[in-house]
Design a protein around this ligand. Structure first.
Ligand code: A3P
Length: 304
């Protein structure tokens, strides 16, 4: 089955999730060809849940001993170039790229749901970090992003239309509930393999979440580093304002096709959805999410 996506292109239902047509060959090639190493770090997100932020934090944490932080490559290259997407960048053309030149620790990113990840990601000891955002803000962020990058010759789509599609699961990589529940369930079964983070927790207590992240990845902060304020330094550097204002992140570079890097930085706040969703829309989404979460043990905050 296929449906017209919000972005003006078709979405295809592939293995129980909706894939934007232009990424389909990339997804299949990634599934068939990617060979994870034990040392790999795979970041997984639903689009617009804070991928850019997670990329910057993980890149900074695992590389902090390799370069002095004042000389981080994040100053000169955009973050999506340093931590590429698998199906959206490396495998997009459907070929099997040679990744052997990428130095360890290799950090990659994908939006592909857990059941459809390549076997080697599941069978090796490589680690998965999943970042989840409350669906209200996630939806608003997605709507803004897709309207900003929708071809100018197409009419913008109404918030109401896209909201309806979101609630029924029809958006790129959706349904969103299957996406986060897949990784949530894996994190319960195998906490050394999958770390489940929340955008809102990262905003509220970034230091604590960074420590969790560093411990999980096997790059814990030493007491000395803590005393020297290394965590705060990375946290500030990777903050919304810090990242948005870096030259390579507003240089006009493209992340994929029509998406320029600057469009990955909009507001970076929790609760912006309240400026857009009516009470009845919020109630509808709340009901959808509550029903899907029932029995999962996952407690997503900020339900209106
Ligand atoms: P908003 O549209 O709500 O502002 P992704 O990186 O997955 O595409 O997600 C983009 C969302 O994350 C956008 O949300 C963007 O502003 C926000 N974001 C980008 N960098 C961030 C950062 N360093 N800290 C917090 N949020 C950030």
């Amino acid at each position: 089955p296929r449906e017209r996506g919000w972005h003006g292109r078709y979405l295809y239902l592939y293995r129980d999730f909706w894939v934007p047509g232009y990424v389909l060959t990339g997804v299949i090639s990634f599934q068939q060809n990617f060979q994870a190493k034990d040392t790999e770090i795979i970041l997984v997100t639903f689009p617009k849940s804070g991928t850019t932020w997670l990329k910057a934090l993980v890149y900074s944490i695992v590389n902090r001993k390799i370069f002095s932080f004042d000389n981080t490559p994040l100053n000169t290259s955009n973050v999506h170039e340093l931590v590429p997407f698998l199906e959206l960048n490396l495998y997009l053309n459907g070929l099997n790229p040679d990744l052997s030149g990428i130095p360890s620790p290799r950090v990659f990113t994908t939006h592909v749901p857990y059941p459809s990840l390549p076997e080697s990601i599941k069978s090796t000891t490589c680690r998965i970090v999943y970042l989840c955002r409350n669906p209200f803000d996630n939806f608003i962020s997605l709507w803004h992003f897709l309207m900003r990058t929708r071809p100018k010759d197409l009419e913008p789509l109404s918030l109401e239309y896209c909201f309806d599609k979101f609630c029924t699961g029809t958006c790129g990589y959706g349904p969103f509930w299957d996406h986060f529940l897949g990784f949530w369930n894996e994190s319960l079964k195998n906490p050394n393999k999958v770390l489940f983070l929340m955008y809102e927790d990262m905003k509220m207590d970034n230091k604590l979440q960074m420590k969790r992240l560093a411990d999980f990845l096997g790059y814990p902060f030493s007491e000395n580093e803590e005393k020297e304020g290394v965590i705060e330094k990375i946290s500030k550097f990777c903050s919304f304002e810090g990242m948005r204002d870096l030259q390579p992140n507003n240089s006009g570079d493209k992340v994929a096709e029509r998406f320029d890097v600057a469009s990955y930085f909009r507001k970076g706040e929790v609760g912006d959805w309240m400026n857009y969703l009516t009470p009845s829309m919020a109630d509808r989404l709340k009901k959808v999410v509550e029903e899907k979460l029932r029995g999962s043990g996952l407690n997503l905050k900020l339900f209106g």
